[in-house]
Each structure stands twice: as structure tokens, then as C-alpha cells.
Design a protein around this ligand. Sequence first.
Ligand SMILES: [Zn+2]
Length: 221
Amino acid sequence: MRIILLGAPGSGKGTVAEGLRSAYGFPKISTGDLLREAVREKTPLGLVAASQMGKGGLVDDATVLALLRERLARPDCREGYVLDGYPRNLSQADSLDALGLAGPEIVFDLQVSDEVVLERLANRRTCPNCEAIYHLVNKPPKKAGVCDVCGAALVQRNDDTPEVIRERLKTYHAKTEPLVARYAAKGDLHRIDGGRAAGDVIRDVRRILETALKGPARAGE
Ligand SMILES: [Zn+2]
């Protein structure tokens, strides 16, 4: 099952992806993580990305797509995977379709208000080593400032400050929201209230997914 998660920054995509990974073993694939990994390991695509970022720009779509294609070809993606944060715009959605990937597709739109996003991201801390995500109020690490999983020092991402978040939300509303209509028209879309506790959101997503995994013929049994 190819699972696509749509939603504003801070809507809980990473947390839902992690919940699906632990429930079904579907790897969580985020282009941000792929880029960081490729740059860290200095792969050929990583070097291209690093030089583009070094010039202060964004990594171009072709490079991101090439990274994604490489990742989706690995054996752990055979049964399915969760895309977290891709596609971000209609042109990326076209590119994804053009890859001609096998298997059914299901899309979840995690809906949250801008106010909730601002509150969540201001409190978000991430582990630069293992990508674990924390919330200072709702999901604090056991020891302040330290990752429960690997012991690395937690950081606030540069793009999680209020000014940057407002800009990211603007971009989201302009570029990513149109994807909701696109996937709704294809019949793949499920809207989820992402403003609730993570456990409730994941339970709803899993219920819909269970039905989809059984296949259309047996759905509703
Ligand atoms: Zn960690």
C-alpha cells in the first residue's frame, strides 16, 4: 500500500508515519530525511543537493525525485511505505504519478488550524541523529534536551520558528492544498481531523487503512 500523507507543517504527518511504521512495518519516507542522509553520506545525489543548498537555494525537483525513486526501489518498500511531505505541489504529484509505481494508493489529509500548527511547532524538538520527534508539553523526552531513543542532544529546527512557520503555512495553503482536491477527485483521499491527540489520529487512520488493505471486494464485512 502506497500511503501519502498530506497536511500542513506540524499537522502530525511524521507522528502518523511513525505509528504506521510500527504497526505495519511500512517505512516512513520523508524527502527531508532523504536529503539529509544523502548529504551526510556524500552520495552522488547528495553532493548535487549540497551544492544547491550551499548556494542558498532549494534542492531542485529533479534531484529530490531521483532520491525518492532510488529510495522506493529498496526492498523494504515492496509491501508499501508512507510518504511524509511529498508531493508538496501539483508538479511533484505529476512526477510521482509518472514513476508508474505499482500497488494501490491511499491519501490522508491531516487537517489542522494554523493556530494549532504554530503552538505545536514552537514546542517541537527533534533529534538530529535518529529523527525522533518530541513536544515539550505533550511528548517531552524523559530527560530534558536528550533523545530517549539514542541519547543525542535535541534541537529546534531552524524552520520551526514562528516567522518561518508563518511563511511555510502560506506556502502550504498556496501550493499543497490544491493536492487535496486532486486526490479527492481520484477517489483516494481521506480527511482526518489532525487537531486531536496523536493516538486518536493514528487510530482513525489505521481503521481506514485496515479496510483498504482488505481490498474493495471485502470492504465493509
Ligand atoms: Zn535520537
